[in-house]
Ligand binder design. Structure first.
Ligand SMILES: [Zn+2]
Length: 263
């Protein structure tokens, strides 16, 4: 009985956590304020990446691989994140996509290179993905997901009363799915905007003109428009693109340019 009483309280505390003001992303002198993930989240990220590598075809395209390692090397020099095990792997997949997992693992699809076009374009995407890691956006999302899962338990306890066993199982399964696909769920819009900003800052620190980030996201938006009749690729569904987002990045450019000119 005690357990049931505790559940709604736990759900409430999660609710408040998700509404708390976000920590600032950058401090003085444009340095990025790193948010460390929990050990269990890092383990999940490493395990997931190993599993993706064993299932998905790794690209042997020498141009794509050389470009990825060249850009990643420059970015790694300006990222301070103790304990990160950075790895950048190009996967054979025509959909323009990239992803990052806790622990510092980044995957890039071969289909992305038609949009990134050059080193600076790729630096914009890699910088964006790296920011998801250094700002622990997966941790924030996990909190959100756990809140949902707990909400599901509460629902089952409270609203499930009087419902048949099958109906209750169906409800629980719905929430269970949300909880288990945590790593695959999209980041919040706020996290995406933050990753755009910090990504531009990282690329500027690494010596790539951050103006190129705007051009690259515009190419992405054009691709989206051209392919709107087809099924939306994963990157576009998990990375919402619109003029608001591009304008937000454009507004941040003077700060990133300061960093670019400071070197
Ligand atoms: Zn993103």
């Amino acid at each position: 009985m005690k357990k049931f009483l505790l559940l709604p309280l736990a759900a409430l505390s999660f609710h408040f956590t998700s509404c708390a003001p976000v920590a600032p992303d950058t401090g003085a002198n444009g340095q990025v304020i790193v948010q460390r993930p929990s050990n269990s989240l890092v383990q999940q990220g490493l395990k997931e990446f190993a599993s993706i590598k064993s299932k998905k075809r790794i690209s042997h395209n020498s141009t794509y691989n050389a470009q990825t390692q060249r850009v990643a090397a420059r970015l790694k020099k300006v990222i301070i994140m103790p304990g990160a095990r950075w790895e950048f792997v190009v996967f054979e997949d025509p959909t323009p996509n990239a992803f990052a997992l806790p622990g510092g693992k980044v995957g890039i699809h071969t289909g992305l290179f038609q949009i990134t076009k050059n080193d600076a374009g790729l630096a914009a995407v890699l910088g964006h993905e790296i920011s998801h890691v250094t700002r622990n956006h997966a941790g924030a999302r996990q909190k959100r997901t756990m809140g949902l899962a707990l909400g599901g338990l509460v629902l089952d306890q409270v609203l499930g009363k009087g419902k048949s066993k099958t109906e209750r199982a169906k409800m629980a399964a719905g929430y269970g799915t949300l909880a288990t696909v945590g790593l695959a769920l999209p980041f919040s819009r706020k996290a995406e905007l933050e990753a755009d900003r910090i990504g531009a800052l990282y690329m500027a620190k690494a010596g790539y003109n951050p103006t190129e980030a705007v051009t690259m996201w515009q190419r992405f938006a054009a691709y989206k428009q051209k392919n709107s009749s087809k099924k939306t690729p994963e990157f576009l569904s998990t990375h919402p693109l619109d003029s608001t987002r591009i304008n937000a990045l454009r507004a941040y450019l003077p700060t990133a340019m300061k960093e670019y000119n400071r070197r």
